[in-house]
Design a protein around this ligand. Structure first.
Ligand code: IPE
Ligand code: IPE
Ligand code: MG
Length: 239
């Protein structure tokens, strides 16, 4: 156990692109699904550490809208793992007052996993210790386009006026409407891209890339990233 550090500043909203499960498995001559299983352990470790450090919002990219293009066997396994994870995790979430939510187009998620997801969301709706959001079947361009269309409809039917359109109003049409923008974005596995993740919301997020594959990421790695965040000077365009 690493000693708890007192950080001078901690992100209010941490977002993570959990990448590298497949490569982790490949390195060990295992099937990709073993990497995804191991990745769930990392998520558990990170959720615990995030609570310990008082981070209020954690959003994790679990499945992108582009990930539907993966082989059917992998997609099915991931959907099964989602269901399993949610069922196993529910008592932990309730015990630790973690509210679960999602961003994304869950209409494409298989019925049983979707049902479990909605059940866990409902069972944790009074929780307020940590807001854990899963980005599922999530694509940022899709989200922005859907928001624009819904806003246009509301303008057309007179619910809002064109002159009222501002960034705040537009944000209220995004999947992320109930959360602040991420302060810190971590991507594991060495890839230096954002892969259609929260493009609108990360406008001023600090970004941290690590070569560590997601299944190897845990409390220690998170602390390393938070130490890095602590040193960042956020100017938001000012001097
Ligand atoms: C991230 O790991 C998990 C998902 C995208 C579902 P990957 O499955 O992308 O692993 P790599 O990038 O192939 O190693
Ligand atoms: C991004 O990882 C999506 C998730 C982590 C869920 P990918 O592995 O799908 O991204 P690319 O294809 O390397 O950009
Ligand atoms: Mg990947």
């Amino acid at each position: 156990m690493v000693k708890k550090i007192n950080f001078k500043n901690i992100p209010n909203h941490l977002a993570i692109i959990m990448d590298g499960n497949g490569r982790w498995a490949k390195k060990r001559n295992l099937d990709r699904i073993n990497g995804h299983r191991e990745g769930i352990k990392s998520l558990r470790a990170v959720v615990s550490a995030v609570m310990e450090y008082g981070i209020k919002y954690l959003t994790v990219y679990a499945f992108s809208s582009e990930n539907w293009q993966r082989p059917k066997t992998e997609v099915n396994s991931l959907m099964f793992l989602l269901d399993e994870y949610l069922n196993i995790e529910l008592p932990f979430l309730i015990k630790n007052k973690i509210r679960l939510n999602f961003i994304g187009n869950i209409e494409r998620i298989p019925e049983n996993s979707k049902k479990t997801l909605l059940r866990v969301i409902d069972k944790t709706k009074e929780c307020d210790n940590l807001y854990l959001t899963l980005a599922l079947s999530y694509g940022s361009r899709e989200e922005i386009l859907a928001a624009a269309v819904r806003m246009a409809k509301d303008m057309k039917n007179g619910k809002i006026k064109i002159k009222d359109a501002d960034e705040n109003l537009f944000s209220s049409y995004l999947y992320s409407k109930n959360m602040p923008d991420p302060d810190f974005l971590i991507r594991t596995s060495g890839e230096k891209r954002v892969s259609n993740f929260m493009l609108y919301q990360i406008a001023y997020a600090e970004i941290y890339f690590t070569k560590t594959l997601w299944p190897d990421f845990g409390r220690k790695e998170l602390i390393r990233a938070l130490k890095n965040y602590e040193k960042r000077v956020r100017r938001f365009g000012k001097t």
